[in-house]
Design a protein around this ligand. Sequence first.
Ligand code: DLL
Length: 433
Amino acid sequence: MFFEKKVECMDRKELEQVQLARLKKTVQHVYQHVPFYKERLDSVGLTPESITSLTDLQKIPFTTKADIRDTYPYGLFAKPLKKIARIHASSGTTGKPTVVGYTKNDLDMWATIVARLIVAAGGSEDDIAQVAFGYGLFTGAFGLHQGLEKLGATVVPMSSGNTEKQIMVMKDFGSTILVGTPSYALHMSEVAKEMGVKKGDLKLRLGLFGAEGHTEEMRRELEERWGILATENYGMSEIIGPGVSGECKHKKGMHINEDHFIPEIINPETGEVLPLGEKGELVLTTITKEGFPILRYRTKDITWLMPETCACGRTMMRMAKVQGRSDDMMIIKGVNVFPSQIEGVLLGMAHVGPHYQIILRRKGFTDNIEVLVELFDGSLLEKFSELEKLEKSIRHKLHTVLGLDAKVKLVEPKTIERSMGKAKRVIDLRDEK
Ligand code: DLL
């Protein structure tokens, strides 16, 4: 079942030696080839020779998304463009995208680590994998595609959208793996139902979901609707794309490919490195990339690390499900709220579906939160007293979990916009007049 057992089950001492050697090489490489890093390291009096242990990493300044934007488009590339075989970019909603480049070696390494996560989740060369991520500058589709090919699986590069066709293909081609965002996979399941396609008509057995978070309740929903094992994987374009980490079939945290990326957890406010196991912001350093190496990248994702060897035998450290982003954390009346907390409440309740949207408004100096929740069954809208009861009970549960009052509005089935990629859960109208 293992793909690279020798590496994935490496003894920690041995792994740390590998990490240190690779870290030194990476610091040397960026110091020589990227003026930005030379300046940054010089500014704190570091040279590549100053890195003699893994804890020396903590002396290196952080790199942020703003640094990548400020050096747009190629300022942080560490190889000349003629050595760059592929370019990807993040799907930023505002401003310029963050651009990243891969050499041929980087692409090969990327395929290998994605193949690892697919095998860990239970995929094999016998699988037919339907990729329902959007192909393009986004790293999701190409990343999983290459990993699947490396493994020897059969790839169906559907891209996202065209949902009815997706279902037809899934049925006719006998797809066994579905690759996409959890929110799109959920939408696909609704369309399958409308088309009269049942679990028994499909060969689907495994979901490889990522690019956005989902709660355990949402995972159960996906497993139940499709009759699959739903696994999660994680990554970001700035580091490599998918392949940073992924769950094995035990679904107890995502194994980080630590022979390529060094994880740290910091206090997002102070930047201080936290002890292993504490919750904070994930910071990642790439130690094998050539085209776009990055030192201590602040991911903004909140999680914690689990160093114990997993039941699967892998020694590579696991990270917990992302609890939210330090920048998508909403502060409402002084209370920190993550969309995942709201999702957790809704998915545990009868009559309401997994589709919801959070609307933030400001009245005077007070922030208000409204949660639109989609009903499974529209006929409930005619039964005023039941509707009122349901609204009240959602409000009550939200109050218990969040510690604040949220307005709840129940809406008709299929009125909340479906996403084909990452779902847009929060609409922040606070800065608008
Ligand atoms: O979303 C890379 C990816 C593609 C990962 C496909 C897995 C599968 P970006 O578009 O650069 O890259 O977005 C990165 O997405 O910082 C997280 O906030 C979020 N994210 C990615 N995976 C997860 C996950 C890809 N499993 C940003 N859980 C990251 C929660 C996730 N958030």
